[in-house]
Design a protein around this ligand. Structure first.
Ligand code: GLA
Length: 383
């Protein structure tokens, strides 16, 4: 669909939504001028979170908090290939369109996550990639998808995670890349160049990013991942790949791996010196292995959140920070075998608790935003 037709279709959906369940007032969550969104805006930085369309439809209190606090959204799962193209050439954009519709309705930006990943691929695709005998045929399985998805959403996206999680030093293989990825197996490291070139054709001004995890903490394996990440980014830049940013997922595990401000700040400087923009794309803090007392855990997590946000916001290159969800009501960490709590209670890992009350983590983010310097470019352009 052409850009104008797409925008007008979406505008129509928004008008319809104002009379339906996607329209949420801000009233339940307090005065709008105190929102995280407005505190971040005042500093020229974006604050936002991951969402899914069923929750926006079904949970008004949750949707209200997102409408109020987020200036940028990202699809939690509805833009992953398994959901978008579950069968070959069968396309399901309903959920991802609804998230976009909510964002447009609330004047929020939106990120595209993710075009190319080793996880969340439909079974038919993995089969086709391994059956396909020609390189051109394997490349087409990547490029056709990107053209379809970026062609649909391109003009609306603030940024794309073109490739998610491309490195894996523990594979002990080629350049410490994730060599077990079906994309790497099909096309070698070139799959990254191919994905970025295809995205660039249709993405307008959107930032094109690599996104990855476990580059935040002061643990040996994090240090190795930081080194390998920088090496990959340098190779891509040297090859002329149009990478314009790096996404740091920001899944912190403070009771397992210490966060060290100096170490993280150095990494942000190194990314910036490559000329890249930085976003924190999936922030949450697991409370696994923390003390039994929830108040103590909340205080610990708020402290590490404050520290992480302070360091991030001190870097001019960091243009946005998103949490992976906004409420403990819904977090992947409560269900994940490695992170769920042994006492059977929900993990307390996000700014709002299960009752949608603000936790110390929310206040830590608010205080860090209030203390952050104003971005130098603020006023000249949007983040
Ligand atoms: C990774 C992915 C996200 C999400 C989270 C946890 O970080 O990038 O899309 O799946 O894991 O659920």
């Amino acid at each position: 669909m052409r850009r104008r037709a797409f925008l007008s279709k979406m505008a129509g959906l928004c008008v319809a939504a104002q009379h339906g369940c996607l329209n949420h007032a801000y009233a339940e969550v307090g005065p709008i001028e105190k929102s995280l969104r407005n505190r971040a805006r005042a500093k020229g930085v974006l604050f936002g979170c991951a969402v899914s369309s069923p929750l926006l439809r079904k949970d008004a209190a949750f949707a209200d908090a997102i409408a109020r606090d987020a200036d940028i959204l990202v699809h939690e799962y509805e833009l992953k290939r398994k959901n978008v193209e579950p069968e070959e050439n069968v396309w399901t954009f309903e959920g991802s369109d609804q998230v976009l519709q909510f964002a447009l309705q609330h004047d929020q930006k939106i990120r595209g996550h993710t075009l190319c990943w080793h996880v969340a691929n439909p079974a038919w695709l993995e089969q086709s990639l391994s059956d396909e005998t020609s390189v051109g045929g394997r490349e087409k399985l990547l490029v056709d998808y990107i053209q379809r998805v970026v062609g649909r959403y391109g003009p609306n996206m603030h940024s794309w995670d073109v490739v998610n999680e491309p490195i894996e030093p523990e594979d002990w293989d080629f350049n410490d890349m994730r060599t077990t990825s079906p994309w790497f197996r099909a096309l070698g490291e070139d799959y990254i160049d191919i994905a970025f070139a295809a995205t660039k054709q249709l993405s307008g001004d959107a930032l094109l990013m690599i996104n990855d995890y476990s580059v935040e903490s002061d643990a040996n394996w994090n240090e190795r991942r930081r080194t390998v990440t920088l090496q990959l980014l340098e190779r891509l830049i040297r090859r002329g790949v149009p990478v314009s940013g790096f996404g740091i997922q920001g899944h912190l595990k403070p009771y397992r791996e210490k966060f060290n401000e100096r170490v993280f700040s150095k990494f942000l400087d190194e990314l910036q010196s490559l000329g890249l923009k930085i976003m924190i794309t999936e922030f949450d803090v697991t409370d696994v292995d923390g003390p039994d007392d929830p108040a103590k855990r909340d205080a610990d997590l708020a402290a590490v959140t404050r520290s992480f946000f302070d360091v991030s916001l001190a870097s001019d290159a960091v243009i946005g920070m998103l949490t992976w969800g906004i409420s403990d009501r819904y977090s992947w960490l409560s269900d994940n075998p490695s992170y769920k709590r042994s006492d059977g209670t929900k993990s307390r890992v996000l700014p709002y608790d299960v009752e949608m009350k603000k936790k110390p983590m929310w206040h830590a983010i608010a205080a860090a935003l209030d203390a952050a310097p104003v971005r130098p470019a603020h006023g000249a352009s949007t983040p």
